[in-house]
Design a protein around this ligand. Structure first.
Ligand SMILES: Cc1cc2nc3c(=O)[nH]c(=O)nc-3n(C[C@H](O)[C@H](O)[C@H](O)COP(=O)(O)OP(=O)(O)OC[C@H]3O[C@@H](n4cnc5c(N)ncnc54)[C@H](O)[C@@H]3O)c2cc1C
Length: 469
C-alpha cells in the first residue's frame, strides 16, 4: 500500500475532526523554546481509548510510526517528530477530561490530555492538593508529566510525578489496552509495570488515563525571599531551613541576581521584593496546617545572625506569594531571549551542588574565558538548570566541546544530565556516556519487548538496537 493510501486510511478512521494536515500542524512540529523542529505526515487527534487502540492497530499493520504529544512543553524534543523518521503525531489534546475526584481516597482520575492546572483547581475545590507543579502548569498534560517523570517546585516535599501515580491505562503499540487504572495504595502482586511507562517518554505505549494521588491541602503557605551573600555557604542555609521548618519545608529554589533582574525587566507587573542587591537569591516556601510564619521568622533571624542571608522579605498576602513565584516562573523564558546557549538539566548529590556549580563555572571559563554561566533551580533536590552562553561567533565545534566538557563534570559527581526533563532527542546520544552498557542493554530490550516493530517515538530515549562494539 502506498504511503498516501495509508494516511487516507488513518484519516477515515479518525473522521474529519480527528486529524490536522498542512500548515495546521505547525504548532505540533516545534517545541516550546524552538530548539527542535520536525515534520509529520499527519497530526492525529483521537478522542477516546477505543480510537487510539484502533489507530495503533492500523499503524502497526501499515508500519506507520507514531509520536505521542501532550501539551508540547517538553524541553528535550521528545514530542517532536524527527524529519528522518516519517511519523504521525498523536496529539492527546481532545482527551482532556477530568473523570473523577475522590477526597476520601485522596485520588483523582483524568484522561492523559488533561491539563495540570485543571487538576490543581479541581483538587483545591475539594480542599486537597495536587503536588506536581511548575511553570508550564497551564499547558502541560498529565500524560506528558507522567511520561517525562516531571519534577518541579514541590519535589522536595512530595516527590516527583512518579510518586504521584497510582494507576494507568495504556494502549500498547499493537493496539491492545492495558487496564492498570487501579488506585490501590498497596499491591505487592509482582512487577509494578506502571513504572515502566512513567518516564517512558512514549516509547512503550500511549498513556490514556491515570489515577493520581492527592494530598491534604495545607491551610498555611508562605514564602521567604532572601538575598544570599555567600553562595558557598548556601547548604548551611538549606540545613537550617530543614532543621527549623522540618516537614513544612516544601521548596528551596536558587535564583541568580542576573536572571532575577531579567524577569523584572521583562514583566512590568512584577515587584522587587527587597532592595538589597546580591548575586544570588533564594525562595524558601513553607506550608502546613499550623501557622508557619513564626518558623519562617526564626529561620530568617538565625540565617541573618549567621551571615547566611543579608536581607529577606516574607510574603504577606496571596498577591505577594504570586509575585515571588511568577518571578521564578519567568526565568526560563528570560534566558532564551539572551541568545544562543547550551543548557543542562543537571542533578548531583544535594550536598555537592555548590562545589559542582563552582566546577562548572571554572571548566567553562577554562575553555573560553569570560563565558557567561547561569544556574537556577531546585537546590533542595540537587537539581540545577544550567545555561552557558559561549562568546558570539563560537562555532559548532566550540559548542560541542563545551557541552561534552560540562557533561563530564556532571558525571564526575555521579550526576545526571537529565534530572527532570527527560532524554527526548536532544540527549539521545549524550546519555550513552552516562549509563553503563548493561543498563542501556536492559532498556533497549524492554523497548523491543513492548514495541518489536519500532513504531513508537523513534529516535527518542534509547536506541532499541544499539550498535555492538
Ligand atoms: C516554562 C516551562 C517550565 C518548565 N518547568 C519544568 C519543571 O520545573 N520541571 C519539570 O520537570 N519540567 C518542566 N518543564 C518541562 C515540561 O513542562 C514537562 O516535561 C511536562 O511534563 C511535559 O508535559 P507535556 O504534556 O507538555 O508533554 P509533551 O512535551 O507533549 O511530551 C513530553 C514527552 O512525553 C510523551 N508523551 C506525552 N503524552 C503522552 C502520553 N499520553 N502517552 C505517552 N507518551 C506521552 C511525548 O512523546 C514526549 O516524549 C517546563 C517546561 C516549560 C515550557
Amino acid at each position: 500500500m502506498s504511503l498516501i493510501a495509508a494516511i487516507d486510511d488513518v484519516k477515515s478512521l479518525l473522521g474529519p475532526r480527528g486529524w490536522l494536515a498542512g500548515e495546521d500542524m505547525a504548532p505540533h512540529l516545534t517545541d516550546f523554546f524552538r530548539r527542535t523542529d520536525g515534520t509529520a505526515m499527519l497530526v492525529a487527534r483521537p478522542d477516546g481509548v477505543e480510537e487510539i487502540s484502533e489507530l495503533l492497530r492500523l499503524c502497526a499493520r501499515l508500519g506507520l510510526k507514531i509520536v505521542p504529544q501532550g501539551g508540547n512543553t517538553g524541553l528535550c524534543g521528545g514530542a517532536i517528530p524527527r524529519a528522518e523518521e516519517p511519523s504521525i503525531v498523536l496529539s492527546m489534546k481532545r482527551m482532556n477530561r477530568l473523570l473523577s475526584i475522590d477526597p476520601v481516597c485522596y485520588a483523582v482520575t483524568a484522561e492523559a490530555g488533561c491539563i495540570m492546572q485543571t487538576i490543581h483547581e479541581a483538587a483545591a475545590g475539594v480542599n486537597r492538593l495536587f503536588a506536581p507543579d511548575w511553570g508550564a502548569r497551564g499547558t502541560a498534560t498529565v500524560g506528558g508529566a507522567i511520561s517525562t517523570n516531571a519534577g518541579g517546585i514541590n519535589v522536595l516535599r512530595y516527590g516527583n510525578t512518579r510518586e504521584q501515580v497510582l494507576g494507568l491505562e495504556v494502549v500498547l503499540p499493537d493496539g491492545r489496552v492495558w487496564d492498570g487504572l487501579r488506585s490501590l495504595r498497596k499491591d505487592s502482586s509482582g512487577y509494578d509495570l506502571k513504572h515502566l511507562f512513567i518516564g517512558g517518554e512514549g516509547t512503550l505505549g500511549i498513556i490514556t488515563k491515570a489515577v493520581m494521588r492527592l494530598h491534604p491541602r495545607p491551610s498555611h503557605v508562605q514564602t521567604l525571599f532572601g538575598a544570599v551573600p555567600d553562595l558557598d555557604r548556601l547548604m548551611e542555609l538549606f540545613v537550617e531551613a530543614r532543621n527549623i521548618l522540618a516537614e513544612s519545608l516544601s521548596a528551596f529554589e536558587l535564583i541568580p541576581g542576573s536572571t532575577f533582574e531579567m524577569a523584572l525587566a521583562q514583566n512590568a507587573t512584577l515587584r522587587r521584593p527587597i532592595e538589597t542587591k546580591q548575586d544570588w537569591y533564594v525562595l524558601i516556601r513553607a506550608s502546613g496546617n499550623a501557622d508557619i510564619t513564626a518558623r519562617l521568622e526564626e529561620l530568617f533571624a538565625t540565617a541573618f545572625d549567621q551571615g547566611l542571608l543579608s536581607d529577606a522579605a516574607l510574603a504577606q498576602s496571596a498577591a505577594q506569594e504570586d509575585n515571588l513565584w511568577t518571578i521564578r516562573d519567568e526565568i526560563p523564558a528570560g534566558m532564551v531571549l539572551q541568545g544562543k546557549m547550551l543548557k543542562w538539566d543537571a542533578s548531583v548529590p544535594i550536598d555537592r551542588i555548590i562545589p559542582f556549580l563552582r566546577d562548572v563555572e571554572a571548566t567553562a571559563d577554562s575553555i573560553q574565558s569570560g563565558t557567561a554561566t547561569y544556574a537556577f533551580g531546585h537546590i533542595g533536590d540537587g537539581n540545577l538548570h544550567l545555561s552557558i552562553f559561549p562568546r558570539p561567533g563560537t562555532d559548532a565545534a566550540g559548542f560541542a566541546a563545551m557541552e561534552s566538557a560540562i557533561d563530564r563534570v556532571i558525571w564526575s559527581y555521579r550526576g545526571s544530565i537529565c534530572a527532570e526533563h527527560g532524554v527526548g532527542q536532544l540527549n539521545y546520544t549524550r546519555i550513552l556516556g552516562q549509563k553503563p552498557a548493561i543498563e542501556l542493554e536492559m532498556m533497549a530490550k524492554i523497548r523491543k519487548l513492548f514495541d518489536p516493530q519500532g513504531i513508537l517515538n523513534p529516535g527518542k530515549l534509547v536506541d532499541p538496537a544499539p550498535k555492538q562494539d
